[in-house]
Design a protein around this ligand. Structure first.
Ligand code: PLP
Length: 376
């Protein structure tokens, strides 16, 4: 699988830009399909729930639902999206560890029978609003190999699992399993393997007390190549699958990938709308930036491959977004050929955590989104 799977040729970019204008976000459904199928075939035992937060665009969700994916939703809004596609409750996971009572009631109304908790207050809350609900306890993971550490905010200490399980049972809930998220963009499978061993020993400890858990949710975190090559998804999944087979013969296994499925599938075409020289460097002001599609550079700590369709010697330059905020500088140290106002810059692999976290700051038009079946 290539690092930048959604590459657009110069001719195609010119055609698309002429037809649709800029900024333009082009999403290739075929790339989404390829990544989904790759993961599904590498982990045949694992039920995939696509994490909607990574990219909630309806055509993306439709493609994945058509392929058989479940959806991991984490808010009433995401749940509504899934319901608008008539996804049955058996194919939905609601994974937000901290929920309003109204959200829990909505989950109950939708017939979803599993919720995630990581603390006693939340267990009691779910017990009050949705007695009888199944519970996945989320544990915290230490992982030096991830880019976005989700355990800073969520996950209980593994040592708290027995008491939270007891509390769930005494609150009228059904302890069903354990879940974790190793952190997003995890570039080694080691943390998965280590966490699986820990989960095995926790489940063993609970089984000795007569609590048999039947679900294990291994979360998201599967890595994607952006600027540099990384471990292949095959090599990444192999030890995970081996450990699952070795340690978890009897459990249903779920996962919640987001980035890996959609990250490589979208390309942004943005146009140079202004040009200046500041402190001796060329500055190009483009019509999308950190408050828009490139918000992933802020919230997701991602860096994206950048190309232009011009030939010429690379010159150190700065690419800034269109807003009045001087924070809106997208790339401070790029090598690009000399560009003119009107030239198009192509930013690859912007399918995950980009438009999903874009804002309307400064009244800037969001990138127009188009969805294309084939890459070329
Ligand atoms: C609960 C949960 N599941 C799944 C994901 C998707 O993770 P990734 O995009 O790293 O696969 C996230 C990301 O924040 C998450 O919070």
């Amino acid at each position: 699988m290539s690092a930048v799977a959604g590459q657009v040729t110069a001719e195609r970019a010119a055609r698309l830009v002429q037809e649709h204008g800029t900024p333009l976000l082009v999403t290739f459904q075929e790339v989404i399909e390829r990544h989904y199928r790759a993961l599904a075939s590498l982990m045949p035992r694992v039920k995939i729930f696509y994490a909607v937060k990574a990219n909630p665009d309806l055509p993306v969700l439709e493609t994945l639902v058509r392929l058989g994916a479940g959806l991991d939703v984490a808010s009433p809004g995401e749940l509504e999206l899934a319901r608008s596609l008539a996804v049955p409750s058996s194919r939905l996971l609601y994974t937000q560890p901290i929920k309003k009572e109204a959200s829990i009631a909505l989950v109950k109304d939708c017939g979803i029978d599993l919720l995630v908790c990581d603390n006693a207050e939340e267990v009691r809350k779910v017990g009050r609003v949705y007695p009888g609900c199944g519970i996945l306890l989320r544990i915290r993971v230490t992982n030096p190999y991830c880019v976005v550490d989700l355990s800073q905010k969520f996950g209980c200490d593994p040592g708290d699992v027995p008491s939270l399980t007891d509390l769930a049972a005494s609150s009228g809930l059904v302890p069903r399993g354990l879940c974790f998220h190793v952190g997003s963009q995890t570039i080694s499978s080691l943390p998965y393997v280590e966490t699986l061993k820990l989960v095995r020993s926790l489940m063993h400890e609970l089984a000795l007390k007569g609590v048999d858990l039947d679900i294990l949710d291994i979360g998201g975190g599967f890595p994607l190549a952006y600027l540099n090559p990384i471990i292949s998804i095959d090599s990444f999944c192999e030890p995970v699958v081996n450990t699952l087979d070795h340690l978890f013969g009897g459990q249903q296994i779920y996962c919640e990938p987001g980035r890996f499925i959609v990250g490589n599938a979208a390309t942004l075409l943005t146009r140079v709308v202004g040009k200046s020289v500041r402190d001796g460097l060329p500055w190009y002001y483009v019509d999308d930036g950190l408050y828009g599609t490139l918000s992933g550079k802020v919230y997701d700590q991602a860096d994206y491959p950048v190309r232009t369709f011009k030939r010429g010697r690379g010159i150190r330059c700065v690419v800034a977004g269109p807003t009045c905020d001087s924070y809106d500088i997208a790339f401070k140290d790029l090598l690009l050929p000399d560009l003119d106002v009107g030239d198009v810059i192509c930013i690859e692999s912007v399918g995950a955590y980009t438009t999903a976290s874009a804002t309307a700051f400064n009244g800037m038009d969001p990138a127009k989104r188009i969805f294309i079946d084939k890459e070329s």
